[in-house]
Write a protein of this length. Sequence first.
Length: 232
Amino acid sequence: MSNIVILTGAGISAESGIETFRAETGLWAQHAVEDVATPEGFGRNPELVVEFYNARRAAAAAARPNVAHEALARLEAEHAGEVLVVTQNVDDLHERGGTRNLIHMHGAVGSALCAACDHRWDAPLVMVVGDPCPACNAPAARPDIVWFGEMPYQMERIFEALSRADIFVAIGTSGNVYPAAGFVAEAARVGAKTLEINLERSTVGSQFDDMLLGPATQTVPAWVNGILDGAK
Ligand code: BJW
């Protein structure tokens, strides 16, 4: 019975119509990262940042999970060992595709966070700067997103799962952002087999034991079928 930890990035949602960050025409080509994905950027121009995430929330709501999201849910349901999906994505396509054992390490566009008391609630489709917190009433609502310089969520739970992993798979992530880009090294350190699934080799691609190149909607269902068939 093997334990599987899966890290996903923007590439798994690309074929659902959600833009990635570092493609030539991706989000970071359209917006300066320091303006929209740092606490300092939010401090300088909260309207711009809230608008950026309102657009991302609308894009996520309009998108549907694809067969790669659904294949990971099937793996969780049918595999005898533990399957944990750790996503860097802020969309909810894994949940809507059926995954239950899931960590959103970079937050979620569907969630709002009070900068004054840390209370969380479901974000409205359109957030407005100065929205009051339903718990403490401070006008301090912000998108519940982990920006550069902030601590990603549930790191202790992630490293605990990595310490017990037999297989670690990274899907559709460019390996540019830490600590997520360091998970392959940690998994290898504890003896897990490591696999990268991507359109092209990522910046940390040489650290993986194996590689499966191609679009996630083809490669992920094929890999999941292989794991489930191998267990029969
Ligand atoms: C397909 C495909 C298809 C396309 N099929 N594939 C060294 C060590 C540790 C930290 C640092 C370090 N140096 C610097 C840091 C700090 C910093 C960092 O990493 N900076 C780098 C720029 C160097 N990290 C942080 O600040 C993080 N916090 C932190 O480190 O706290 C301290 C700490 C230290 C140690 C332990 C624990 C904590 C916070 C990072 C927050 C990232 N936030 C963002 C934006 C917010 C979310 C949002 O708006 O959505 O998160 S940045 C952005 O990048 C977003 C993503 O989640 C993240 C990763 O992007 P991803 O998913 O990889 O997308 P792309 O576009 O880069 O790649 C897409 C991939 O898909 C490509 O490979 C394509 O080939 C592929 N693809 N179509 C399959 N159809």
